[in-house]
Design a protein around this ligand. Sequence first.
Ligand SMILES: [Zn+2]
Length: 284
Amino acid sequence: MKTKIVFSEKCLGYGSWNVESPERVRTAHEILKAKGYEFLTPEPASEEQLLKVHDDDYVWRVKKGLVEDGDTPAYDNIFEYARLSAGGAILAAKIKGFSLMRPPGHHCGRSGAALGAATRGFCYFNNIAIAVKRLDKPTLILDIDGHHGNGTQEIFQGDKKVTYVSLHKHPNYPGTGSASEANYLNFPLPPDCGDELYLKTLDKALNMISSRTFEVVAVSAGFDTHAGDLASLGLTEKGYEGIGRRIAALKRPTFFVLEGGYAGEHLGRDVDQLLRSYEASVSS
Ligand SMILES: [Zn+2]
């Protein structure tokens, strides 16, 4: 079994000067294509689907382009890009695939910047939250991006159906994610901590969750933990290989939604590494 990848070239149409650039996803797409992955094209999320997660007023502001902040510009037609990326997450959930779409989503809360953060960190709609709400099943969201997913935590805190687990660099943007409570578990890690401490922490995190509490695993798949990237935890290929194995060991239907990861070549190889080890462990 090879995990299918959700992708549309339409997601490359904006923001060429930003750190969250089309280049990173374009390069990753080329690498994954050369490795023989199969690709599926998403449909945009409907407004009804967006409104299951976001406030009316916020959706209206994205539509009108009234959402500029220091990291997150109001690009022309950003509403269309953002809802296609949300649609990518929905399709990934349906086919148990990997959405390789942008913009990312995990910093976006119900009505924009979440839990007191200053910006939305390149995010417009919370793609993974929209897909999880649509599935409406007990879900474990595992956020392996190097930044804390403050938007996802805000959306699901107190929600009995969802457990949110995040490993991230601390201190760092967005400044949240040092404490754990009820259905969200946060594991702040020191910069460049390396594969060994990361995987030990992931084991500890996953051991804290009863497998009876979730039927689906949704992975906020960020790769800016790669050594030298924007939220580096010093991870190497070995780290992503270990993460893939641990996700497979959860033995649940799983889907993946791209978050960060800003060096296209690393991004493509890391996605492949993670999926290969996940698949090898699932089928063994
Ligand atoms: Zn990140």
